[in-house]
Design a protein around this ligand. Structure first.
Ligand code: SIN
Length: 286
């Protein structure tokens, strides 16, 4: 039996984020409830559902698929062996995946190094440390809106190059990602996306470059490109644009990858931090 829930949404301490109250993601939610959730997600690009300790992997996948097709991460060692559409971010290597401490301790939007980056990600906190290991989210729409007119005009039509290879090699050399051969590393080529992206559903513009995967601005000298990217990274991550999610066990956080960036913060590695992430396919940025 499917059920309809009137979803009460409680704004959190940054306009970017809200909590949906009274939802059990293990239930069969009907189309109306999913449509309401989608609407809430478009209004609040970071949507939190607490208290989902009993959410099974099968249900996490089913729930995620209600928002679109899922995509697999290209680092196969951190996919769940039985459910490869689940990315396992666990410093204990839960479920037999390679242990990693988090999905990225640097600002990034997921998988912008592909031609068609995801629309969103849905992260389930299975075991969270008592202190730290928060996830920070930056509002790239608010950051775009706050740019001065001259910078907005400058970004018009500009494109940037994204690649995973540089970032992955740095993490691999630091021992925090599985070792890959040259042939495997060469799968990550460069892709190009607009710097100011128009959200395909809300029509709002957002800054679409990130510290993690954006390497340079197309058609600019190295210095000019570095200065512009550094300015955009610094501008977008000011406190007023950032929501800090302090994890409680069982939290599910859904974020819209088209208009946010995120990064994980440090924690005591003697504590377990284990998360499952699903990734919903998106459309080519314009
Ligand atoms: C991610 O980058 O997808 C997850 C962030 C985290 O581990 O907090």
């Amino acid at each position: 039996m499917t059920i309809t829930i009137q979803i009460p949404v409680k704004p959190l301490d940054n306009p970017l984020a809200a909590e949906v109250v009274g939802l059990d993601l293990n239930m069969d939610l009907d189309d109306q409830t999913i449509a309401d959730l989608h609407k809430a997600w478009m209004a609040y690009p970071v949507l939190v559902v607490r208290g989902q300790q009993d959410l099974t992997m099968e249900r996490h996948l089913e729930y995620s698929r209600r928002f679109g097709d899922l995509q697999r991460h290209t680092v196969k060692e951190i996919l769940h062996p039985e459910f490869p559409e689940i990315l396992v971010l666990s410093n204990r290597g839960r479920g037999g995946a390679q242990p990693i401490n988090n999905g990225g301790a640097y600002w990034h939007s997921d998988i912008t190094y592909e031609d068609v980056p995801p629309m969103g990600s849905i992260l389930h906190g299975l075991i969270t440390p008592p202190e730290g290991g928060d996830t920070l989210y930056a509002d790239m729409t608010a950051a775009y809106d706050a740019l001065d007119d001259a910078t907005k005009a400058k970004l018009e039509g500009l494109k940037a190059i994204h690649t995973y290879r540089t970032r992955y090699e740095a993490m691999m050399n630091a021992g925090v990602r599985p070792v890959k051969t040259e042939e495997e590393l060469s799968q990550w080529t460069e892709v190009i996306h607009p710097i100011a992206r128009t959200h395909p559903e809300t029509g709002k513009k957002a800054i679409f470059v990130n510290e993690g995967f954006t390497s340079r601005v197309e058609g600019m000298s190295d210095n000019e490109s570095r200065d512009l990217l550094e300015h955009l990274f610094e501008h977008s991550t000011q406190d007023q644009f950032v929501y800090r999610h302090k994890w409680q066990q069982g939290d599910v956080v859904m974020w819209d990858n088209r208009c946010t960036m995120h990064r994980a913060t440090d924690y005591d590695l003697s504590q377990e931090r284990s998360m499952h992430r699903t990734t919903v396919r998106g459309t080519r940025p314009v």
